[in-house]
Design a protein around this ligand. Structure first.
Ligand code: NAD
Ligand code: IPM
Ligand code: MN
Length: 357
């Protein structure tokens, strides 16, 4: 069976890590006899916007809806296009229109990588952030009043629907059931945000009744961020609203040494629409064009894509290849963010070779 994959590299280092993501995928496809048909699209980047005045063509939904998955790099180049325009015009549309309501983001301290947290070893940090991905604080409900005057007011509402909250909680509880520790932590802020967050807590408590085997705790987001740093070993599956999940899924990977390795899966679990796989990081304008970006976030996202398509062994082989190359610790191969002197190409090639062997 052929799997059709839409490839959108986007901006900045998205265009640099994508070839390494593809190299690794192709190595896995060859080894495990997986038939992947990749189609590259130029839209969804700021250069496309400068040419066409929009991030996506009007028929993007029809062009993409029948693909089996989307493989995405990173989008955003604030000097060319304001971020809220480029992101609301592309990535956030994919997530919402394709109802990718789960954003699954593993945080794992890999062998060979030094955590910035003293004394932490591989095994100490190994958890998932499950981020609500279609509503919450990322809402288009709001507006401006008295614009341009001293009485100017801007307003943006948080939206939580019962369906929206329950479905992400259910996914997170189900995930916790597959994990040895069977533990779920909820990110909240019900002490200060007095309507939506108590509602979130209520839905967590209600869902927990259906999962008596799962140990559930909750922390307000402020102390939760502190505990990510102080006690990362406490966490197993962490579920949060769209914004809280966003923040936690940069902080978690930072605790594992670099956000450059962190992958993510934007999933429509019902399979009604294609899911989207992309690194957690952005287009990194500060290092773009130098060829030094860490490609592991992109490659690991490719592994999550193969897992989603049903190729568990191929996915495991890709992650094992990443771990092996990191363990070897060859300075000439590793990128600078993890202490090496190599570049995107050297690390990407080493991982692809390992996948193929
Ligand atoms: P960023 O993730 O692009 O970069 C943050 C820092 O991490 C930078 O110092 C960067 O050099 C470093 N970094 C990121 N990825 C790396 C990698 N693979 N290897 C080594 N170092 C890496 O975040 P930002 O600076 O806040 O955002 C830059 C642009 O990217 C903005 O336009 C933003 O909106 C966009 N963005 C897009 C996505 C996405 O497409 N999913 C995610 C985050 C940010
Ligand atoms: C992410 C990014 C996006 C988000 C931005 C670029 C809109 O930070 O994927 O984590 O906030 O979801
Ligand atoms: Mn983010």
């Amino acid at each position: 069976m052929v799997h059709r994959i839409a490839v959108i590299a986007g901006d900045g280092i998205g265009t640099e890590v994508m070839p390494e993501g593809i190299r690794a995928l192709e190595a896995a496809a060859k080894r495990f006899n997986i038939d992947l048909a990749l189609t590259t699209f130029e839209f969804g980047s700021c250069d496309y916007y400068l040419e066409h005045g929009k991030m996506l063509p009007d028929d993007w939904f029809d062009q993409l809806k029948s693909f089996d998955a989307l493989f995405y790099g990173a989008v955003g180049w604030p000097d060319k296009v304001p971020d809220h325009i480029s992101l609301w015009g592309s990535l956030l549309q994919f997530r919402r229109q394709f109802d990718q309501y789960i954003n699954l983001r593993p945080c794992k301290l890999m062998p060979g990588i030094k955590s910035p947290l003293a004394g932490r070893e591989p095994g100490d940090i190994d958890f998932y952030v499950v981020r609500e991905n279609t509503e919450g604080e990322y809402s288009s409900v709001g507006g401006k009043m008295f614009e341009g005057t001293e009485r100017e007011v801007v307003l943006q509402e948080t939206v939580m629907s019962r369906i929206g909250v329950d479905r992400v909680l259910k996914y997170a509880f189900n995930l916790a059931q597959t994990r040895p520790r069977k533990k779920l932590t909820s990110a909240t802020k019900s002490n200060g945000i007095s309507i939506t967050m108590p509602y979130w807590d209520e839905r967590v408590a209600e869902m927990a009744k259906q999962y008596p085997d799962i140990a559930v705790d909750k922390f307000h987001i402020d102390i939760l961020t502190a505990n990510f740093v102080l006690h990362p070993d406490w966490f197993d599956v962490v579920v949060g609203s769209n914004l809280f999940g966003d923040i936690l899924s940069d902080l978690g990977p930072a605790c594992t040494g670099t956000i450059g390795i962190a992958p993510s899966a934007n999933i429509n679990p019902e399979g009604k629409f294609p899911s989207l796989f992309e690194p957690v990081h952005g287009s990194a304008p500060d290092i773009a064009g130098k060829g030094i970006a860490n490609p592991i976030g992109q490659i690991w996202s490719g592994a999550m894509m193969l897992e989603h398509l049903g190729y568990q062994e191929a996915a495991d082989t890709m992650v094992k290849a990443i771990e092996d190359v990191l363990s070897e610790g060859n300075n000439q191969v590793l990128t600078r963010d993890i202490g090496g002197q190599g570049n995107t190409l050297s690390l990407g090639q080493a991982i692809a070779e390992r996948i193929g062997s």
